[in-house]
Design a binder for this molecule. Structure first.
Ligand code: SF4
Ligand code: SF4
Length: 348
């Protein structure tokens, strides 16, 4: 990895150099009932709208590479379905995309999705085409009270980005992972960091470590989840859960989906649509014939935790949760990962 340092004022120049492509970054979307700013990822046309001081966005950036709704293919029929027909597949990649300002948790979330969606026997070309077309600029963060990425080992990113920027008051400390990022920095006023700037960077990292409030004890968690599969505490969480699916919608690593086929009434067109789904929704485990393998709420919320913290660990030796805390922040029942895991660990 290469390192550079540049004055804070050069950031707008960097933004302008990238602006020939579509830039998606954190922007302010309004305020909550307490007057706190709400942020989300959206297209940024003006540098002034880019809010790199955001704490956390409501949704992750996944809609830009794993859309909530996406046509897998469309069909065109002739002569009311009795003649020729054509199938079209569109991966939905029309222009290079720059994701500007991802925090380490969201970069690590992408790395995890890559393992599932690109690393298996059947890579997902819709996701793969979008990933290949992305330039990622990471940005340092300040831990929020609900962030527990440190517990999940995702509080810093060492891969999965082109450029990572750490704000050090009037300077940016840049970590460079791709040739394009290197050439980009050649076009702005930057230099190799000296030893005092190395020290400043390390001090920043140390200070960040001390700011975490929320924690999850992950030691022996897969074993504990196996042992506590029948623990009554799952029933309690099931009674609280509204089965709304919001947690999966905001989560940067939830990728489960459903597929529906729709045919136009005049039999001229049809499409196969993929929709991101949630394992907490009532019909998630309904199969052909109508049987529902998980009709009770507690079995569904339990499944979500077992997928994130047990099944994925078994398959990839890491958790599928990056500790961003979005699910707990968006949950109307105030169900948070640290509380659920702590309650399971404390089961008697
Ligand atoms: S957001 Fe909360 S209430 Fe809704 S499904 Fe998830 S855990 Fe249940
Ligand atoms: S489960 Fe919750 S805390 Fe973990 S990655 Fe998903 S939204 Fe973030």
């Amino acid at each position: 990895m290469l390192f550079k340092v540049f004055p804070e004022g050069e950031l707008i120049r960097l933004f302008e150099l990238l602006a020939a492509d579509k830039i998606v970054g954190p922007v302010k979307k309004g305020e909550d009932q307490h007057g706190r700013s709400l942020y989300d990822f959206d297209v940024v046309h003006d540098f002034a709208d880019l809010r790199l001081d955001y704490g956390q966005t409501i949704h992750s950036a996944k809609n830009w590479f794993l859309p909530y709704r996406e046509d897998l293919c469309t069909f065109t029929f002739q002569d009311g379905g009795s003649g020729d027909w054509r199938k079209d597949v569109d991966y939905g990649v029309y222009a290079p995309l720059v994701l500007f300002g991802l925090h380490p948790c969201d970069i690590n979330a992408l790395n995890k999705l890559d393992k599932v969606l690109l690393g298996g026997r059947y890579p997902n070309p819709f996701y793969g085409e979008k990933r290949a077309n992305m330039f990622i600029v990471g940005h340092s963060c300040s831990p929020q009270p609900f962030c527990f990425c440190k517990s999940m080992g995702t509080d810093s990113a060492i891969r999965g980005f082109d450029l990572f920027l750490t704000r050090m008051d009037d300077l940016y400390f840049a970590e460079i992972l791709s040739p394009r990022a290197f050439h980009l920095l050649e076009q702005i006023d930057c230099h190799e960091p000296d030893s005092s700037e190395h020290r400043r960077y390390l001090d920043m990292m140390e200070e960040k470590e001390s700011l975490f409030v929320a924690h999850v004890d992950t030691s022996d968690l897969t074993k504990i989840l196996d042992l506590e599969f029948q623990a009554p505490v799952w029933q309690e969480w099931g009674q609280k859960c509204l089965s709304c699916g919001t947690c999966a919608q905001v989560c940067p690593t939830c990728y489960c989906y459903g597929v529906a086929e729709q045919v136009d009434m005049d039999l001229t067109h049809a499409r196969k649509e993929k929709m991101l789904y949630s394992c907490n929704l009532l019909d998630f485990a309904v199969v052909a014939g109508g049987h529902n393998f998980r009709p009770e709420s507690h079995t569904r919320i339990k499944y979500r935790y077992y997928h994130k913290h047990r099944g994925f660990v078994e398959a990839f030796e890491e958790s599928l949760c990056v500790g961003c805390g979005r699910c707990g922040q968006s949950c109307l029942a105030r169900i948070t990962v640290p509380e659920v895991i702590a309650s399971v660990r404390a089961s008697k």
